[in-house]
Design a protein around this ligand. Structure first.
Ligand SMILES: Nc1ncnc2c1ncn2[C@@H]1O[C@H](COP(=O)(O)OP(=O)(O)OP(=O)(O)O)[C@@H](O)[C@H]1O
Ligand SMILES: [Mg+2]
Length: 256
């Protein structure tokens, strides 16, 4: 069975591409065949996040009918497959975004997981990515604007009967001005299934076009993404005991 999961947000820049690229790697670690699709056709970043930005044939070529899909599927060194989109502005012309569901469904049976990295907003691109999926992971930051925008795309997903897996709260800093998990659940009415911390290694990896799991597999954001993959795939995952964990445990004992 293939699970088709759209990672969407309505608000831009909340971490969809970061989560799709690293979740693909984390699912691969659990032995799940995974394909990541850059469904963000106007401002695609998945190729850049994964070092696959120079791919000669892209999803744009497929949607324009220039190539069959099989020519735009690449193997990432980590072990998952990726369908990148073109970075060229000129390639947006003549792209039939409405073909995205048909193209995605043609991959059914070829992977355990297909992850769609959606464009932000509520436009045709984002809606097309939603309708190419059976399930949705709502990505947000713990801020009121991001959660308010998330509510809109959630309502659309619910009206179209796409199963909502839950909310992934990214860039959690645990400050007193952030929305708490409980507040986000109350606003959105669905469970928070993952809280990914603010982690400077995320930006370090993007600058090097590498995955967290390639450079910093035990950094806090990577551990939370691995937990999310374990939750999705219903696997057991024991996070490594980091220096921080030992230190904070010692600190707790010392305080008590
Ligand atoms: N957990 C994190 N810790 C620190 N920085 C993060 C984290 N997640 C994402 N970022 C930073 O946020 C920025 C936006 O991330 P990303 O490109 O994944 O968002 P997006 O939702 O895909 O954006 P867009 O809507 O433009 O497609 C990146 O520069 C990335 O480094
Ligand atoms: Mg993105």
């Amino acid at each position: 069975m293939t699970r088709l999961i759209c990672c969407t947000s309505a608000k831009g820049g909340v971490g969809k591409t970061t989560i799709v690229s690293n979740l693909a790697a984390a699912l691969t670690d659990f032995g799940e065949n995974t394909i990541a699709i850059d469904a963000n056709l106007s401002t695609p970043n998945l190729g850049l996040h994964t070092g696959m930005h120079l791919a000669p044939r892209t999803l744009h070529d497929v949607l324009r009918g220039y190539y069959p899909l099989k020519f735009a599927i690449y193997s990432h060194p980590y072990g998952f497959k990726i369908i990148p989109a073109s970075l060229k502005l000129s390639d947006i012309a003549d792209v039939d975004v409405g073909r995205l569901p048909e193209v995605t469904f043609s991959l059914l049976g070829r992977a355990n997981y297909i992850l769609l990295d959606s464009a932000a907003g509520l436009g045709r691109e984002a809606l097309s990515a939603l309708s190419a999926a059976d399930e949705v992971l709502l990505i947000t930051n713990p801020t009121l604007p991001a959660v308010t925008d998330a509510l809109k795309i959630l309502k659309i997903a619910q009206n179209t009967h796409i199963k909502t897996i839950g909310v992934v709260v990214n860039r959690v800093k645990n400050t007193d001005y952030e929305l708490s998990k409980e507040e986000i659940e109350e606003i959105l009415g669905i469970p928070v299934v993952s809280q990914i911390p603010e982690d400077p290694n995320v930006e370090r990896c993007i600058q090097q076009k590498k995955l967290l799991f390639e450079l910093y597999p035990n950094t806090p954001a990577a551990i939370e993404i691995k937990k999310l993959a374990a939750f999705l795939a219903q696997r057991k995952y024991e996070p490594p005991k980091t220096k921080e964990n030992i230190f904070s445990r010692f600190f707790k004992i010392f305080k008590s």
